[in-house]
Design a protein around this ligand. Sequence first.
Ligand code: GLC
Length: 722
Amino acid sequence: MKKDYEKQIQELRKQMTLEEKIGQLQQCGPSLVGAFEVSFEELLDMMFDGRITKEEFERLMGTARQDFHEEDLRAGKVGSYNGIGDAATANRLQKIAVEETRLGIPLLFGYDVIHGFRTVTPIPLAESCAWDPTLWEKTARVAAEEATAAGVHMTFAPMVDVAKDARWGRVSEGAGEDALLNSMYGAAKVKGFQGEDLAKEDSMAACVKHLAAYGAGEAGRDYNRVDLSLQRLWEEYLPPYKACIDAGARAVMPAFNDINGVPCSVNAWLLRDVLRKKWGFDGLVVSDSNAIAECVSHGIAQDKKDAARQAVLAGMDLDMSSNSYSAHLKELIESGEIPESILDEAVEDVLRIKFELGLFEHPYQTNETREQNTMLKLEYRAIALEAAEKSIVLLKNEDHILPLKPGTKLGVFGALAADRGQMTGAWAIGARPEDCISIVDALKTNNVQYQYSADGTDLSKIAAVSDVLIAAVGEMKEESGEAASRADITLKQEDMELVRALKATGKPVVAVLFNGRPLAIPELDRTVPAIVEAWHPGIYAGSAVMHVLFGITNPSGKLTTTFPAAAGQCPMYYAHPNTGRPGGKSKFTSKYLDAPTEPLYPFGYGLSYTDYTYEDLELEKGKDSLLVRVTVRNTGKKAGEEITQCYVQMPCAKRVRPVRELKAFAKTALKPGEARQVVLEIAYDSLGYYDWDMNWVSYEGKLNVFVGGNVRDTLEKELLLR
Ligand code: GLC
């Protein structure tokens, strides 16, 4: 039961001066100073556009020191920090806030704990392929225990931006293209981060992001415009954020993008009408980094003062790093342009989360001993390994080349097979390469006979003494995540050249993919008999891959994003409408002249070392829900876990509906020969949509139900609903 702090909040707020109130709305991060004449942002640009080399940039960085803005803090002008990830610094700054400012209001420390802190687990897109809410909550709990030990109070996660365009780099940070999966993933993460009691010292506030529809950026280009019908916004993009609010998330981060021309940072419909009024959210709204100031370049604010005015009126509480509030709110209040009551609401939201986190009672939530004793605990590592194994998706396994027999001699190729640092993926800012296990590390410590070549040197010599060749290919971690959209999502030329050279030796070749997005890899698919999708799996990358290669683990992961056959198909997703001329053989149908209509691998797809069959699909109309029963049988020789998926189609409605919509799924462990009846439930109130006038319509009429191991290969039944 959430405690009510409203009386304390009001009493404290009434004691605050205008400057102290504005100070509480300022979140800053340590800035780098002293190494260079230009700003850090300018220095970054100089490196990116080649005016200085990466080496020069790193040398300069080496001479930089961090400015923690202590003087501003002492003067009551800072209420929160982003990017403080160690107990000593957090406690030092907290001491200034608590003991040296007039009211002693404690600081709130936010940090990007996206998929682990020191115990880095698979990137969210990978972990979503486990279809396992229990696992998702477990890894979030580990992240909370480690991050709070380092002084973190709030994580800028979960990110639940539905992403249907593989060109977007941040597809790596969420749970893929489906609203239901993102909703369940996000709710599990909120529970794991926040625990049973937010005031406990190992709980941290979840900040769900990025509200809203950041993954719908046109052309998959980061920060790009989002122009969506309200129907699609409500049906396909908003549900995951609501699921996180309903799960108790205490903070929200609006997205950089606009929605239909109004940037989320100044979008009162989004932040007040939807988030607060309709969804009942009473937590904290924190801007994305510099996002308020960027409303000027969006073209909706005259200047930073206008941006500050619009943002605070729209319901943005905290200004992350743009200094718009600290520079202009005083003037806006004193001139009467902004009623002080609006400012008070924002201040109360900040105070509320600080009370709920228990920061007034125990502002020093950690110390260096706790920090030291918490990181990389054995039980955390076990969970990281479990998550890495369950995230792996077996995409191809011709002639059952996998699993490898014990004693198989391997030729291992590709830099990614030995590059520990690349295994953590995007947004692993607390990660250390030395904590990670690469494929080569895992083979070495498990006495597997192997020879390794990063770039194919001695290829023929190594191949000659190897039984099977492993090609570790894909993406560096910098090629996904923020500001990492790619127009061409195929494998790099040098990767395909390596694979072709390996194939030319005549030895069987297994490709292991390390990547942060779906890749268009039809050539790889044509060239090798086996493909293991490992994503960026975190600290136990090598162990998990080796366990799958040798069958110690039977892969069970299933794709949560469609793998296109060509970048030109993007955005490509399974829940698409049929059109009046669905793509087919005849000319005048919806297709490409130069690319297939179908994806390379469909949504929900993933192979196993065993086989499953589906029988006896039955539908039963319950009181509030449709019950779907199916028998799943393990017809192979290995135990495994099968992710059964249930989709519906509303073939005739007031607005055209997708050919498939995921409505339920279940994961079932089955021994060889074992059969189990799986029961899935579809709530009737989930069977609806918005009509042209944005009225919610509960579907009536014929409903097609599909059940199987992926969106394409299913049993089908229909029934008349209502
Ligand atoms: C970044 C990201 C956001 C992150 C924030 C703080 O620009 O958009 O996801 O939480 O800044 O680091």
